[in-house]
Design a protein around this ligand. Sequence first.
Ligand code: 13P
Length: 355
Amino acid sequence: MALSYYAEELKKTAKALAQSGKGILAVDESTKTVGKRLASIGVENTEGNRQAYRGMLFTTKGLGEFISGAILFEETLFQSHADGDSMVKKLNDLGVIPGIKVDTGLRPLSGAHDVETFCSGLDGLVERAADYYTQGARFAKWRAVLQITEDGCPSKLSIRENAWGLARYARSVQESGLVPIIEPEILMDGSHGIEKTAAVQEEVIKEVYMACQINGVLLEGTLLKPSMTVPGAEASNKADPQQVAEMTIRTMERCVPASVPGIVFLSGGLSEEAASVYLNLMNKIERKAKWNVSFSYGRALQHSCLKQWKGSDTDAGQKALIARAQANSEASKGSYVAGSQPSSDEALFVAGYTY
Ligand code: 13P
């Protein structure tokens, strides 16, 4: 189907995902990554346990008040809850739009620095996206990763290749009716300061929108999922929360077109509390463009929830999830009071993180 066939629907879906006071729950960890999470609470990585965990998340009463969409891993999109309903139905019942991670992972980028990668999954993507649409997905995610090093990364090659991949992906899934979440993540690894992150991020995001232009991506039917503009995790010069908020908004204002309806940040290894506090401060700054500035957190929404669930305590798990969902919903409107909801201060940063 041509993109023009879906244009109105794409705009409507993107607007619904970017509505004020709501954000996105990222639950698209690969089977290997969710295995590490389950291991941390002593639960075995079986299909049944993944179904139990994600089924608990997707039956949390009231979740749709704070969450507009949930990103799933392919297994979950085609999976049923233990009660026989599909996971897609569970989400729709809550008023949460189902989405799907469509990339097939990072691969070494030949000709570039050792740590540099490109994101794979373009082959047959239009057709795969059409199957996901039939299954009930209405948006997609593709995560490209860039890293800042002291010896010159990200290279021009990596910036160009990753921007191009994101734009090819965005155009491909739009042709099958899915709103692309465009995710150029800059890892927190490194000892660089916040100014360096801002300079790199500006170059990367501008390149992404240049590639979107060449590929004819309908910007009104997309969302951007960037990392926040933070210093490297090992930087000697830490930034305070207000500085992070100001630098992040400055970076976005310099590169993100006003036609993009929403910017949904990833948490990238920030603690639950820091992710909420930074987002809240960003939403207190008067902005030049009207994008909805919100969240698409994985770790920062699930960390306490997983610990509380412990493999079987549905009530405690759901309570923890709602607490972080509500906190971040408030932060997306600039009305979060730090510490007003249970949260963890534990930094969730892992060097060389793979999702
Ligand atoms: P984190 O919020 O844990 O960084 O995950 C979000 C995500 O979807 C990364 O691709």
